[in-house]
Write a protein that binds this ligand. Structure first.
Ligand SMILES: CC(C)CCC[C@@H](C)[C@H]1CC[C@H]2[C@@H]3CC=C4C[C@@H](O)CC[C@]4(C)[C@H]3CC[C@]12C
Length: 399
């Protein structure tokens, strides 16, 4: 792949892209501290990224209707694979390249729901830590009895490009079978950096392991390795501990169509085509009706300034948010208290994680995620919000 230096960079930004590349070559691993040129800044905060998990609500709830545990695990794998395109390629597809997201402030919220043939699927996403940045989320569909909850942070390093290890995990619960799935997160790196049109490539492996005794392993690769195609995966699903005895398998490009097949007779179990499987748009409250801590309302002035390309206003408005945050941290310190998270609580041990992590050799890393974060039903049910009266369980947002 020939990358012409800076070819996708707007002419007036060539200089700043060059210095940006130099600065990341020596950066300290904290992605949020990276200052990037204007044209690569996104108007979307990382708290919004949690919504990528369920842009196909029907695929998210489908496992709940499958009685056979192996086939159910295969449907969980199918849903997971279908999310990769949203999670890792949607910015490059919509905006022309990957962009640098807004760095969420502590307590930032992103709340919404999807309404479609799967019923109502609800999302709460909360920035539970600022140093290091950690986002927690819970997504549930009460009608089908499916809930996904997780948290994640990123650890970045530079070696020929930006390499990102995701710290944290997600768990999926299916009520009908009282079944839990532990989902680990893939590592990624940035391609196309020199040419100025960065995009995400996944690498390494990730796992989905279930309390029902099945594990899926997904291997990721990109261009120039095994095949000449980008965004490749190959997945196998097997009884936990018996990787050689795959029951289902699948491979392809996670941005394109693919199928999960019976590993023995190669018949198609289920296939996915992103061009024909439409995503359901997320509904969020109008900005004027949102709480002050909700992402789009809080970042509105910054986002508008970025859209206009007005870097002076961008930095003035960013400073207002940052200074307010600094004041709040000072007040909390003076009172000897910590910022109260609205939906999540820190725990020492997540029982679901403890039960399943050994299957896939996964460990928590509390120092990189400022604790282990779990959805706190008590907090979420505490009261009703004037802003989201229809969210069930009712969501309370403290003014
Ligand atoms: C684009 C270049 C110049 C700047 C690099 C920006 C960095 C901060 C961006 C690029 C791609 C981004 C990742 C893309 C997708 C996901 C999956 C989501 O579920 C959690 C956040 C996470 C893991 C993002 C974290 C931030 C990220 C690593």
């Amino acid at each position: 792949m020939a990358e012409k230096e800076g070819s996708a960079v707007p002419p007036q930004s060539k200089g700043s892209w060059g210095s940006f590349l130099k600065s990341i070559a020596s950066f300290n691993g904290d992605l949020s501290s990276m200052t990037a040129p204007a044209f690569i800044l996104s108007t979307t905060s990382l708290t919004e990224f949690s919504s990528y998990w369920t842009e196909h609500p029907s695929l998210f709830v489908a496992p709940a209707a499958e009685k056979d545990p192996a086939r159910r695990a295969a449907l969980v794998l199918k849903w997971f694979l279908s999310t990769l395109k949203q999670q890792y390629a949607s910015r490059s597809e919509k905006l022309g390249s990957e962009k640098k997201p807004l760095n969420p402030f502590l307590g930032e919220l992103f709340i919404g729901k999807w309404e479609d043939q799967a019923g109502t699927t609800q999302l709460v996403s909360e920035q539970v830590s600022h140093h290091p940045p950690v986002t927690a989320y819970s997504i549930w569909n009460s009608q089908h009895g499916v809930r996904l909850t997780g948290y994640n942070a990123q650890k970045a390093s530079f070696s020929s490009t930006i390499n990102v290890k995701q710290i944290g995990h997600a768990t999926l619960h299916i009520d009908a079978y009282d079944e839990d799935y532990l989902i680990t997160l893939p590592s990624l790196h940035i391609e196309g950096l020199i040419s100025g049109s960065p995009y995400v490539e996944l690498n390494g492996s990730s796992y989905i392991t279930s309390s029902s005794g099945y594990t899926a392993k997904i291997d990721y690769s990109g261009k120039g390795w095994v095949s000449g195609k980008k965004n490749r995966f190959s997945a196998v699903l097997y009884p936990t501990g018996q990787e050689k005895d795959a029951i289902f398998s699948g491979e392809g490009q996670w941005i394109d169509k693919w199928a999960i097949k019976d590993a023995k007779n190669k018949s198609t179990f289920s296939s996915h085509d992103p061009s024909t499987t439409k995503t359901t748009p997320l509904t969020v409250a109008p900005v004027a009706e949102q709480d002050d801590f909700e992402s789009r309302r809080a970042w509105k002035k910054v986002a508008d300034a970025i859209t206009k390309g007005d870097m002076d206003t961008t930095s003035v408005e960013k400073s207002i948010i940052e200074n307010r945050q600094r004041e709040m941290r000072k007040e909390e310190q003076a009172d000897g208290r910590e910022w109260e998270r609205k939906f999540f609580s820190r725990t020492d041990k997540s029982p679901v994680f403890e039960k399943l992590a050994a299957n896939v050799g996964e460990k928590t890393n509390e120092s990189l995620t400022n604790g282990i974060w779990v959805f706190d039903q008590g907090k979420a049910s505490a009261a009703r919000s004037p802003y989201h009266p229809d969210v069930n369980p009712p969501i309370y947002i403290q003014k």
